[in-house]
Design a protein around this ligand. Sequence first.
Ligand code: ASP
Length: 309
Amino acid sequence: MSAVIVVHGGAWAIPDELAKVSVDGVKAAVHKGFAVLQRANSALDAVESAVRALEDNAVFNAGHGAALNTNGEVELDAIIMDGKTLACGAVSSVKNIANPVSLARAVMEKTDHIMLTDSGANLFAESIGMATVPTDTLVTNYERKEWEKHKNYVTGVMENFNSRWAHDTVGAVAVDCSGNVACATSTGGIRNKMVGRVGDSPIIGCGGYADNFSGAVSCTGHGESILRVTLARRILSHIEQGKSVAEASDMSLQYMGERVRGAGGVIVVSPTGEWASTCTTERMAWAAVDNSVLYYGLEPNEKLKEQLS
Ligand code: ASP
């Protein structure tokens, strides 16, 4: 079977001025992740590499460019999961780590735990020699200005997550040639969140899940809604019951809309390489590589294609 990777740059009402840079950013990240997938035949390495590229790109709300909380500080959340072993690592509320997804992977591989938070996560980062950065270097002028303008969390979320005041999480899912799946998700959360608020992204089964028996999912959107419906696991349960990845994604996002009035987006891949990218927000930038073809889109149901050389 051929390996597949899908990435997203967050589901929200992406304004026109960010449309092109968002699409360019997910395309660049999927290229990076796919190169690793080809070279290492490791879904896990591929999703980490793709998410690191998105965290390093200030256009996206993860790592550099993260959204600010009510105190005007970054607090970053991330998860990574290996579908072969169900090993998982996550961090929440970390402040001066440029690539939280790699810290999450270190939690998975070097500790007996699944999640470390706040100062504990930072102490662990120091103990393994992971470089820390001054927190302010993760804050962009764009985010500082937006934060100054919109100091209201509730209004942003009330607009069904279709507001400019929301911001875009990043994620990746992949399957390698051996049929191993993996997922990774990383975020700065929602602008003006309370200090200490943790959303869906680092929570296993909510912001992401990966299991070689059903597939891998990375979610984005209104975190409190995603948490209530355990969105990632819900999608995989539908796949386990025989639904296609596209049907399972649509049904689960529709359920979240009807049950808790939440909007969001998901990317999914199955162990056989079937994949889908779906959102119920106005836009979501995503890209995929499958069988030497690059697919990408921004508007709901948009699927553009480019042959890879
Ligand atoms: N799900 C993220 C959170 O609630 C936000 C997003 O996807 O943009 O923290």
